[in-house]
Write a protein that binds this ligand. Structure first.
Ligand code: NAD
Length: 362
């Protein structure tokens, strides 16, 4: 199969679909890999490094889309990209279709077979291709919160870990999955006072064992969420209902009861956000104020650390990508976990949660 890697064109996106190490694996399996010139520059991988890994370098994205049997990317295709996709072509990338009607229509019209990283499953009910970016975003959320708490950034002027004799910041993490766990780990390392709220009791049990009393856990009733956010200096929004839009757990009315200049980090913004007042922001202008509460809502957080993120993502996508390259769409029939990633196929939505969130048939 011919595998194509275009340069990412979303604003401030420096990751790349295949690292040179992954290219070597595809080539070793007998596939052709074409890479758009400059695609790896954001992670410090020059065209020559890709050539020595076995790729052919092409001048334009158009050449990638016109000749590749499978296009491997990071972010959802942009309008100029979805117009170049076609029938019998596999697209393997993050899609986040639930809140994105325009892209859904674009993919349906293209006739391509679109497999979304974020809905591929594993045998334990996890999301193995979302997990590495969630690990990155979860850890980064605490760095972002620390920066936003500073006076110069409109925050209340508090250090996450405090110092001996001065209390640390209170951090409420809503959603104790991959993002929430990694946020809690970072925050614990810095010495914060942390609570994790989740709707899953089994998950709370795992977290309780993992943190051995270092982090409090609470079942996420409306009342518990309200109590914890009111006392918090930082709230991390890290919930997920797979494939669906995020539930709104903090309303505008809540903001008036929170500490002035507290920080909300809405990591779930890529699924529409779990705070009523969230709207997507960029790394260039990551925060804004609503009712004197600082909001950080960057939709592509891992893009800030493209080297770590691209390698982490490739470690997870490689076995699935190699299966698709080797077997084509037969790989989807053989592996129910990869099939769970199939969101759009030849003009049909094939994922129930995506279809339901847009009132379209699946
Ligand atoms: P996950 O499935 O590992 O964890 C989600 C957790 O939320 C689960 O433990 C679940 O029980 C809990 N949950 C669901 N509904 C809840 C509710 N009403 N109240 C409390 N808890 C609830 O998911 P994850 O990998 O941690 O991802 C979390 C979110 O972060 C997703 O929306 C994901 O797309 C997003 N994300 C964003 C970025 C970014 O750059 N902004 C990067 C990576 C992931």
């Amino acid at each position: 199969m011919r595998i194509g890697v275009p340069r990412e064109i979303k604003v401030e996106e420096y990751r790349v679909g295949l690292t040179p190490a992954s290219v070597r694996e595809y080539v070793a399996d007998g596939h052709d890999v074409i890479v758009e010139q400059g695609a790896g520059l954001g992670i410090g991988a020059s065209d020559d490094i890709y050539r020595s890994a076995g790729a052919a370098i092409v001048d334009t994205a158009a050449e990638v889309f016109a000749t590749a049997d499978m296009v491997v990317k990071v972010k959802e295709p942009q309008p100029t990209e979805w117009r170049q996709l076609r029938e019998n072509q596999i697209l393997f990338t993050y899609l986040h279709l639930a809140p994105d009607t325009a892209q859904t229509k674009g993919l349906l019209a293209s006739g391509c077979t679109a497999i979304a990283y974020e809905t591929v499953t594993d045998a334990h009910g996890g999301l193995p291709l979302l997990a590495p970016m969630s690990e990155v975003a979860g850890r980064l959320a605490i760095e972002a919160a620390g920066a936003a708490l500073r006076k110069s950034a409109d925050g209340m002027g508090k250090l996450i870990g405090g110092v001996p004799g001065v209390a640390p910041s209170r951090i409420a993490v809503i959603g104790g999955g991959v993002v929430g766990t990694h946020s809690a780990r970072m925050a614990a390392g810095l010495g914060a006072d942390i609570v994790i709220l989740d709707r899953s009791l089994p998950r709370l049990r795992v977290l309780d064992e993992m943190f051995l009393g270092r982090v409090r856990t609470r079942y996420a009733t409306l009342e518990a969420i309200e109590e914890e956010i009111i006392g918090a200096d930082v709230v991390i929004g890290a919930v997920l209902v797979p494939g669906a839009s995020a539930p709104k757990l903090v309303s505008r009315a809540h903001l008036a009861r929170m500490k002035r200049r507290a920080v909300l980090v809405d990591v779930a913004i890529d699924q529409g956000g779990c705070f009523e007042t969230s709207r997507p922001t960029t790394h260039q202008a990551p925060t804004y104020l609503v009712d004197e509460i600082v909001h950080y809502c960057v939709a592509n957080m891992p893009g800030a650390v493209p080297v770590t993120s691209s390698h982490a993502l490739n470690n997870a996508t490689l076995p699935f990508g190699l299966a698709l390259a080797g077997k084509g769409i037969r790989a989807l029939i053989e592996d129910p976990h990869l099939r769970a990633g199939l969101n759009v196929h030849r003009g049909q939505i094939t994922n129930r949660a995506v279809a339901d969130s847009q009132n379209l048939p699946a």
